[in-house]
Design a protein around this ligand. Structure first.
Ligand SMILES: Nc1ncnc2c1ncn2[C@@H]1O[C@H](COP(=O)(O)OP(=O)(O)O)[C@@H](O)[C@H]1O
Ligand SMILES: [Mg+2]
Length: 315
């Protein structure tokens, strides 16, 4: 078993106004893994990342990062972490290379070493051609790559990324996934937050699903999807009372294990779902419903989230 590098015990944050953003969180992140905090907007992801990176003071509970208790030794923790926050925090008064160079200097690197490392990272992150550009001239994807480069400049043992691909175009998102994959192969421990289930599924060895500050499930993506207990998910749109349709489908479709209304559709989970679509249409039809849209898929982390909360992840 590899070493635990992040651990929390009952970690809790209550903001003024009795807003319980994070409630009794128990987590452990292993050396070298990509660990995901997956949850919708307002779930408490940024607050959790904030407490682990010394930016937010916990109301109660404890957290250890790299073996150091965060509240007791915030300055020590800052030395061993790299942070990519949710918003752009590049220094606009500096150009692209300088953002890296001065970060290295701030973390105690010598001038020569910092220059060399900055140039190396510009290469790795395909930013060399923009080295002397003002950061305001960067695209969203480039700015995000520079933020990651800066965060790993001082070789932190743990890299935190808060919603790193939110608002990025698909191509930039893929590019960032590749970068994170490369860092992982080099042994970098990564904790990332996201509300994109595909991102968590693709990248993370283990995922903590959170909502309303509560940990709902923690496991590998495969185990989480397996926990659904069905192999097929059918989403049905129809006119009429979907609560009624949902009950009809759950009781009449062979192999159906659950059905619920999510947004404006019925989500039906079925085991042994070969040939289920015509049965769904016929069953709905017999109950007086006209199906207007129908889709079939394997369980995803979205299905897991729906099962845990009764709602979907999308915002
Ligand atoms: N500084 C703050 N003061 C008061 N409430 C906050 C503050 N930051 C976040 N919250 C609230 O805490 C909850 C969790 O927020 P956050 O951690 O930002 O969630 P996420 O990053 O998952 O979207 C939300 O209800 C949010 O409105
Ligand atoms: Mg957030």
């Amino acid at each position: 078993m590899s070493e635990t590098v992040i651990r929390t015990e009952g970690l809790t944050k209550v903001y003024p106004g009795d807003i319980r953003a994070v409630n009794g969180l128990d987590l452990d992140v292993k050396q070298g893994e990509i660990f995901g905090l997956l949850g919708p907007n307002g779930a408490g992801k940024t607050t959790t990342a904030g407490m682990l990176t010394t930016r937010v003071v916990p109301t109660s509970g404890r957290a250890w990062v790299g073996g150091v208790e965060v509240s007791e030794h915030p300055a020590l923790v800052k030395q061993v972490i790299g942070v990519v926050p949710q918003s752009n925090t590049l220094d606009r008064s500096l150009d692209v290379r300088e953002n890296l160079y001065f970060h290295g200097r701030f973390f105690g690197m010598g001038a020569k070493e910092s220059r060399r490392e900055a140039d190396r990272l510009l290469e790795v992150f395909r930013l060399t051609e923009r080295a002397t550009a003002p950061v305001l001239a960067l695209s969203g994807g480039m700015a995000q790559r520079l933020m990651v480069a800066r965060a790993i400049m001082h070789r932190p043992s743990i890299l935190f990324l808060d919603e790193p691909t939110a608002g990025l175009d698909p191509q930039s998102r893929l590019a960032l996934w590749e970068i994170l994959g490369d860092l992982h192969r080099d042994g970098q421990t990564i904790l990332l937050t996201t509300h994109y289930m595909e991102e968590a599924d693709q990248l993370c060895a283990r995922i903590a699903i959170i909502d309303h500050g509560e940990l709902l499930a923690l496991d590998t993506p495969e185990a989480l999807k397996k926990s659904v207990g069905a192999d097929t998910v059918v989403t049905v749109s129809a006119h009429g009372d979907l609560e009624v349709l949902s009950e009809v489908l759950r009781t009449k479709v062979p192999g159906a294990s659950s059905a619920r209304c999510v947004e404006n559709a019925v989500v039906l989970e079925v085991s042994g779902g070969g040939g289920v679509l015509p049965i769904v249409i016929a069953t709905a039809d017999a109950a007086g419903f006209t199906v207007t849209d129908l889709s079939i898929a394997e369980p995803t982390l979205e299905t897991v989230f729906i099962n845990l909360t009764g709602k979907d992840l999308r915002d």
